[in-house]
Ligand binder design. Structure first.
Ligand SMILES: NC(=O)c1ccc[n+]([C@@H]2O[C@H](COP(=O)([O-])OP(=O)(O)OC[C@H]3O[C@@H](n4cnc5c(N)ncnc54)[C@H](O)[C@@H]3O)[C@@H](O)[C@H]2O)c1
Length: 316
């Protein structure tokens, strides 16, 4: 993985650039230089081939060619769609990303994975394609609703649960205490980005160690399939708890660590359970894209700051 993260505003040449923007920024035209804009509505229902086709149709109307530079600005849905379109339009355009949610800044926009949902299965089609740059500016988070901020907190806590117990404790303190400024969150954003970049650089095509970043996601994708009330980050939080419970069941983690993680997540305001039936989740998990050779590789936390990959024969 190339080092494509920047905390300084990149130069964007208005001519030759087309921006794909989350429509929540429709009334904020000054954020980008004067260039054609394609607005998309960010929702999981819209993260589909239909939207990809719409964007491609507009690129054709705008006569975009292989020299066109795409800029994707918005949350993870917008950055995933922009990366996917950029990787396939005329066999590939260069692109940059401006993630504007916490979840996209610490996770979705980093590492070159993109994609869309299919038949309500998450991210069933996509590519690996690195952006030229990813511009991270925590100031965008000032306007983010609390619920969306907490979704980002879930992915951030996931990253720290895998790799950094100290940062995990600081993040729990930040999100569970009295409201603090976004500025105070910046060092934790940078730390989460640093960990993700380090893991991705060791396994850019997601063949082995990068699977660790899927902590909670096997369960989360199943939850999202059947319960549209859960936002992605919320499903990840509940999924992490399910993974931790499985870890305890297998004797890999102490019960008191599970209880601490649950109480931390509750204090932060994240869901720790779902009302869905286990056999329904199991059915969705079986169809999850991580299923390989009749096995599912689960990511299981074994203590705060460390997780392992565990080949399960679907006992979940
Ligand atoms: N590619 C990857 O590696 C990867 C990793 C993690 C998650 N994801 C994907 O990311 C998606 C979730 O991303 P998300 O949580 O950012 O969702 P999102 O893109 O839907 O954004 C969440 C909401 O916040 C709004 N929003 C965006 N920026 C805002 C701002 N600055 N102020 C106010 N509102 C703003 C959006 O309009 C939307 O309503 C999922 O589809 C998930 O699969 C991808």
């Amino acid at each position: 993985m190339r080092n494509n993260i920047t905390y300084d505003k990149p130069f964007i040449n208005g001519s030759g650039t087309i921006a794909v923007i989350d429509d929540c920024f429709k009334d904020s035209p000054s954020l980008l230089p004067d260039c054609p804009r394609i607005f998309i509505h960010a929702s999981e229902e819209n993260k589909t081939f239909d939207t990809v086709e719409e964007v491609i149709g507009k690129l054709i109307e705008l006569e975009a060619d292989r020299n066109t530079f795409l800029v994707g600005m918005g949350g993870g849905i917008t950055t995933d769609i922009t990366g996917f379109v950029a990787s396939i339009y005329k066999r590939g355009l260069n692109f940059g990303l401006i993630p504007t949610t916490l979840l996209a800044q610490v996770d979705a926009a980093i590492g070159g994975k993109n994609g869309v949902n299919f038949d309500r299965f998450k991210n069933m089609a996509g590519t690996f394609c690195e952006a030229e740059w990813v511009y991270i500016n925590p100031e965008f988070l000032e306007s983010l609703p609390k619920r969306e901020l907490l979704c980002g907190a879930a992915e951030m806590l996931k990253t720290f649960l895998i790799r950094d117990a100290k940062a995990y404790g600081e993040a729990v303190e930040y999100f569970s205490g009295p409201i603090r400024s976004i500025k105070e969150l910046t060092p934790l954003i940078r730390r989460a980005v640093e960990i993700k970049c380090d893991i991705v650089s060791k396994d850019p095509l997601d063949r082995n160690i990068r699977h660790l970043l899927n902590l909670g996601h096997t369960f989360a994708h199943a939850i999202e399939k059947y319960d549209s009330c859960f936002l992605h980050g919320e499903a990840v939080a509940a999924g992490i708890i399910m993974a931790a419970q499985e870890s305890v069941r297998l004797g890999l983690m102490e019960q008191d660590i599970l209880e601490k993680i649950m109480s931390d997540f509750k204090a932060v305001g994240l869901p720790v359970e779902t009302s869905l039936e286990m056999d329904l989740l199991q059915k969705a998990i079986l169809q999850d894209k991580k299923r390989e050779g009749g096995k599912i590789t689960l990511v299981l936390p074994i203590k705060i700051g460390e997780a392992v990959l565990w080949d399960s024969s679907v006992t979940v």
